[in-house]
Design a protein around this ligand. Structure first.
Ligand code: SF4
Ligand code: SF4
Length: 72
């Protein structure tokens, strides 16, 4: 199971991660972050396939994909 972690404080709201996600797992928030922008947010975590496009294109390293251990 994959967890998408977006650092709202560092995201500058450029939208690159949303544009380059092939699965539509991300979107832009309607709320304003501490940085004064509309940051990226998770739209559908289950859709994420772990391709890491979002982490590669993010200019501020504000997004991370973590693999969670499955609960037994
Ligand atoms: S790892 Fe790939 S599928 Fe998952 S949110 Fe990032 S770009 Fe989308
Ligand atoms: S690419 Fe990075 S800075 Fe740009 S919207 Fe996505 S998380 Fe925010």
């Amino acid at each position: 199971m994959l967890r998408i972690v977006i650092d709202r404080k560092h995201c500058k709201g450029c939208g690159l991660c949303v544009a380059f996600c092939p699965k539509g797992a991300l979107c832009m928030a309607t709320s304003i972050s501490p940085r004064g922008v509309n940051p990226a947010e998770v739209r559908e975590e289950a859709a994420c396939v772990g391709c890491l496009n979002c982490t590669v294109v993010c200019p501020d390293a504000a997004i991370e994909i973590c693999e969670l251990e499955a609960a037994d």
